[in-house]
Design a binder for this molecule. Sequence first.
Ligand code: GDG
Length: 738
Amino acid sequence: MVESAKRGKLIVASNRLPVTVKRSQGRLQAGRSSGGLVAAMEPAMQRQGGIWIGWPGTQLKPDESLHVEGAGFDMEPVGLSPTEMKRFYHGFSNGVLWPLFHSLPERMQLDPKNWKTYEAINQRFADAIVEHLEDDDLVWIHDYHLALCPEFVRRARPDARIAFFLHIPFPPFDLFRILPNHHALLRGLLSSDLVGFHCPGYVSNFEDCVERLLGARVDRGNGEIEHGDRVARVAAFPLGIDYERYESAAREGPRPKRAPHEKIILGVDRLDYTKGIPERLRAYERMLELHPEMRGEVSFVQIAVPSREQVSEYQALKREIDELVGRINGRFGRSDWTPIRYIHRSIPGPKLSALYRDAAVALVTPLRDGMNLVAKEFVASQTDDPGVLLLSRMAGAAETMREALRVNPYNVEGVSEALHRALEMPLDEREARMRALQRRERRHDLGEWLDLFIARATEPRHSMRPVAKEDFESWLGAFTGKHRLAVFLDFDGTLAPIASHPSLVKIQDGMREVLALCGRRDDTDLAIVSGRGLADVRRMVDNDRFVYAGNHGLEIAGPGIESYQHPDIAHYERRAVELVAELERIDAEGAWVEAKGASLTFHFREVEAEEHEALAEMARSAIREAGFQARDALCAVEARPPIGWDKGHAVLHVLRTRYGPGWSESVRVIYAGDDETDEDAFRSLHGLGMTFRVGAATQPTRARRRLSDVNAVETMLRWIAERAPGRAFERPVSPTEP
Ligand code: GDG
């Protein structure tokens, strides 16, 4: 399937707009917002035009609109109340996602209330996007604040072209799974057509999480992930800067009247604990300690732009830095020399450019950083005597900026040595390193990043290649080895496509053939586990070699096992007759009741969709009144006897009676099912077998992996039918076997 993508307008959404509005004496004043996202996307929007949706920094009154003269694009403010700011922005986004994604989980502050607000605000952003969305537009959502937004936009506009870019690292599986809401975040991101990251390492962390936590199929080679009936692409797009702008700003930047006699070491960061400012100050202190000759010869200028000042972690960090600066200046300072100049505010662009240009060393030592633009801006601004970039290995930028002196920011001793080396580095080496860095950043600049991202985001959509036997070889080959296999399969939606009425469901020829092949193998036993009555499902599948579990496992029979019928079944069969009669009295054209002995199903697939919930609720309450358990199924509600016996119990019963209590040593278990009731079996088999949830739905599952449809199940069975023979076990013989 190839679909052509024409280009409409660009709709960008990020937590903050590029302007921060303040109310002063009743009037609105717009200033620039700080941070890397704005630094990257503002020039992009100036080039592309379009509309930027985000929080303007203050609550606007209903009659106030936001028009910024000469911006080159429109801005749409999204309002956030002080409580919403506290819960959505400070609470969940910056109190949970920010530290966790930067591999600092001990700084997380979890509060379930904040998650609710996070969901609500993501929905609000999605509504604002949808309001402006026209055919052929590209929606580009940014960063961790809005991870659920793609899913909410997708729900409203299934065909929208949606891309997402994450500006911070994506953490490894072991850390990401700490998050209680990890499924929702992954599903949110995967609703995009394209999810972009700074580095290949973050892409592969994301792929690991999706594969292990959602069970989704991931094609790592092509960067494709199956999500329901869609495919999301994932790729690395390392962000660059507007190189020429920084270069010319440095050339034109103010020059000091007199060249300072000391060498400047420069740090430029938002005041954030991920930036490693205290560690950096300690490394500088250590360098002054070890190299007294440097005292008075160097000076450290640290710019720390105030950020997230309401979060307690940031207040504590500010205090720590203030104390460290005071201590170091007190310890080494002289009347004619201050070791550290600490500037706790934002400085204007031209002044920053001049500082970048004149610095001998840039100390860019974050503990973890998605990319880090300061490193790149420093390089582009080195128009005079080349300085040295000292760069943390933990910054995304370090993956490509190989000619920098790369350091471990936690290792104070190592950073201090590298700093000394940078200050002493001969011109030849400084020149060679800086030239190489400049060449790369000039070539891979912001314009290239934008072109590559937008081109990929608007590429025609592809279906993912269908699942193949080789996939099952990699998922099941090592697991099954030479063991005997016990394969459990649901019927409707797993072995045969769902039809408008259960009596119309039919196994396709290819499936019938492959089932027969599996059934003939001596090392493989098949069991069909269905919500249908036992006789019904046995008639549908029509193969005497299989075991059948009907009525969600209340009745079981077949070769090699003890037939089973739950002792309470007769009692519930009688009560079910009355319940059938009662449900049949619900007056809805197209709804009907399937009687299955001790259980029943109330179907409403043929009824208008808007009536579904009301009908389901009526059925649920009648079922509960009659003393049965109500379970939602696909366009249906099932009534089951409350006897604590489900498909999971049925599977374990079959395994125990067929292979003995030590079954887990001799057989490998595979289970595939498409229904909510199969989740019981997935739970029972968790850690004991390989489970597959079939179907395009994206709701959470306990299954290990997902298969898109009946065809994928057929491919799995073909792999099973053709796999190398397992060890020769005696096939259990039963009197009922033909
Ligand atoms: C996030 C990710 C990723 C700083 N002080 C002043 C000032 N700045 C500007 C810098 C730079 C930007 O702020 C900071 O960007 P970074 O990339 O270093 O860091 P974050 O804000 O944490 O950004 C980061 C980025 O998003 C982009 O994807 O690289 O990893 O954490 O542009 O120049 N600008 C001015 N005065 C200052 O005092 N004018």
